[in-house]
Design a protein around this ligand. Structure first.
Ligand code: ACM
Length: 665
């Protein structure tokens, strides 16, 4: 029996899946999906055949997938390949494609799962890599055992450029962190690691030609050339491009520690330890600056086969250029009206160097100026309008402005922002210049211990925005799938779920259980905010708290069910509101011995207001006629009082209470 073909938008509008209907959790949603009643058993008889292309990269991808399936059934699976017709999984790939991924690679695939086998076809190995992840997501289980849900999938990405910027300058991230990040990216079909390798706070790559870059600019925390090659190969194996960024002419203090002659002034210069923008800037008027950049870009581009090279170009502080006589003289002599024109002149020279080494320059939206050659790609971090403006001027663009996940945005916030929104004013030709988007994780407050919990699972929501049809926008369904995807991401070694338990143990000892419950209801404010410099250990309550704790979406889902008359949901809400109301007293009881309890006192008070308002509203829903006069005004006031005025944390749940309130009124 087949269920009717459902395109994703219809699938999401359909009634909630009942016990009889197949249920799967795919993320990102495929371009076209038909679920069927078929079930392909997963047991130790599982085998794979590769009838056409059978190259090493495909074999490694299949081996990784089989290993994960083996973990799920807790039994070894055979690694030898079967004859075509007998296999459980047939991976039929027409061509190897580029071993080093490229922007225009065809990542499409089809996947059919019947009662007897799964057939994955793809024009290139990279499509098969994407399809294997989908197959792993089709695995489900019930009383009869593990199985793959029957499906007929035709899939291809909406955008070619689906990236993550990882800033390893503010805080260094070791190779194993980068590799497991790549594993997570591959799971959700992201295809670009934008590696922000230098900034004021650190230069993170070994240069053999100019070794004082890492020797003086990194505190010894940098990647060797072998490590870079290893990461690039690891990414390529997963169909992920690695684009390096060396941010110039601003954000480059770390270069000047070993090479003060690149800037003006007498120095000595030091690695920046705090955050923001800094005055020392490259001197764009000296030939020696370009000679140095040519040497470094020439050497380091040899480590990065990607066709794109990110030059940075953001937040150039003009102070030094304005106040240096030789620079002002140069500007007059060359007819450069202001410091922006000087930056563009610098970029023209820089682009010649980048292009000489066979790379296409990418830069932040400050580089977008009228007389810049349109061969550059503009990455918009300041606004979606900036992306539209550069597309109108004929530039290829990448959108990042809405996807700053270090700003502690919720998954819903980043999910609903579209690189090409439905009301876009761009022409189809201009829209075609929008290559895609990148989530950004800037590293001010992100240590190796924290990085997984700051990236995941929210990054999966961004990944879906970049891969899936623009019509896939159902937020409650996204949260349902995100919760499952979050668990699955731990399978490849990510530690975001483990993070809370571990971090809480550091500071709460015997009260860990209390803090784990409490942390479920609070979020860091804005940037996270704990740690004005690079030396902070990031082991406080706010660092353990998650940007979008699952309780926030769970409360909202319960509220939606409760207003539909679901009494079980109403009961669950009542329990949750009671718990939220109680943390203030419970923390007070342990505050003497635990600084973290004192840190949490203010937000626990705010949370109490939400819990009490929620409790009153549940009572009113239950006993409409008995509701005390004035209760709803009181609930409103409590919610208003739950907005933090200061401090590093904010409570969740006010929006869920508002949904309930509206329904009573
Ligand atoms: C940026 O956030 N300055 C690119």
């Amino acid at each position: 029996m087949r269920f009717p073909t459902l395109i994703p938008a219809l699938f999401l509008l359909a009634a909630p899946i009942t016990a009889q209907q197949p249920s799967v959790t795919l993320m990102p949603m495929p371009a076209s999906l038909t679920l069927t009643a078929a079930r392909l058993a997963l047991d130790t008889s599982f085998t794979v055949a590769l009838p056409h292309v059978h190259d090493a990269r495909l074999e490694r991808a299949v081996t990784r997938a089989v290993r994960r399936l083996s973990m799920r059934i807790a039994r070894p699976l055979p690694y030898q390949y079967a004859l075509d017709t007998a296999a459980t999984l047939i991976v039929d790939v027409a061509a190897s494609g580029h071993a080093i991924p490229e922007l225009d690679d065809d990542e499409s695939y089809t996947l059919q799962v019947s009662d007897h086998r799964a057939v994955l076809t793809a024009p290139n190995v990279v499509g098969a890599i994407r399809g294997l992840e989908t197959l792993l997501q089709l695995q489900a289980a019930d009383a009869s055992g593990l199985y793959f849900q029957g499906a007929d999938i035709r899939d291809t990405p909406r955008f070619r450029w689906r990236g993550l910027l990882l800033d390893v300058s503010r805080h260094f991230e070791p190779v194993d962190v980068v590799k497991r990040t790549l594993d997570g990216m591959a799971m959700v079909k992201l295809n670009v690691l934008h590696w922000h390798l230098s900034d004021d706070q650190g230069f993170r790559v070994e240069s053999r030609k100019e070794p004082r870059l890492q020797e003086f600019g990194s505190d010894g925390l940098y990647y060797t050339q072998d490590e870079i090659r290893d990461v690039v190969a690891y990414a390529a194996d997963r169909g992920i491009r690695v684009m390096p960024e060396f941010d110039v002419p601003g954000h480059s203090s770390s270069w000047f520690v070993g090479y003060p002659e690149l800037t003006v002034g007498s120095g000595p210069f030091s690695i920046a330890r705090t955050w923001g923008t800094f005055v020392p800037t490259m001197d764009p008027t000296r030939e020696s600056t370009y000679h140095f950049l040519d040497t470094v870009i020439g050497e380091i581009s040899g480590l990065f086969p990607d066709k794109y090279w990110h030059v940075g170009g953001d937040e150039v502080d003009p102070k030094q250029w304005k106040t240096t006589a030789t620079i002002q003289d140069y500007m007059r002599a060359h007819g450069l009206a202001n410091e922006v024109a000087l930056h563009t002149a610098f970029n023209r020279r820089l682009f010649e160097i980048v292009q000489k080494h066979g790379r296409i320059p990418v830069g932040w939206d400050e580089i977008f100026q009228p007389d810049l050659p349109t061969s550059a790609v503009i990455q918009s971090w300041r606004s979606s309008d900036a992306l539209a403006a550069s597309a109108r001027a004929g530039f290829h663009g990448i959108l990042s402005a809405p996807y700053y996940i270090d700003h502690m945005k919720t998954a819903a916030d980043v999910y609903l922002a579209d690189p090409i929104p439905v009301n876009t004013t761009l022409t189809p030709a201009q829209q075609a210049l929008v290559l895609g988007g990148e989530a950004c994780l800037w590293g001010e407050y992100v240590t190796p211990d924290l990085v997984d919990s700051r990236l995941w699972p929210r990054l999966a929501a961004v990944a879906e925005r970049f891969w899936s049809p623009g019509s896939v926008t159902d937020v409650p369904d996204m949260y349902r799938r995100l919760a499952v995807t979050s668990h699955r991401l731990e399978e490849v070694g990510l530690r975001h779920e483990e993070h809370v338990a571990r971090a809480v143990t550091w500071f709460a000892g015997d009260s860990s259980e209390l803090f784990q419950r409490f942390i479920g209801y609070i979020r860091p404010r804005d940037f996270g905010g704990n740690g004005p410099n690079q030396m902070y250990p990031h082991t406080a309550l706010v660092d353990a708290a998650l940007p979008d704790p699952p309780a926030a979406a769970a409360l909202m889902a319960l509220a939606r069910r409760a207003v539909q008359g679901d009494t079980a949901a109403l009961g669950a809400l009542q329990d949750r509101f009671a718990e939220m109301s109680g943390f203030q007293d419970r923390l007070a009881a342990v505050a003497v011995e635990l600084p973290a309890a004192r840190d949490g006192a203010m937000v626990a008070g705010l949370l109490r207001n939400i819990g009490v308002a929620g409790g009153m509203t549940v009572d009113a829903l239950r006993h409409r006629d008995l509701a005390a006069a004035g209760w709803s005004t009181t609930a409103d006031s409590l919610l208003r009082l739950a907005v933090p005025k200061a401090g590093g944390m904010r409570p969740v749940g006010a929006d869920a209470v508002r949904v309930l309130l509206q329904s009573v009124r």
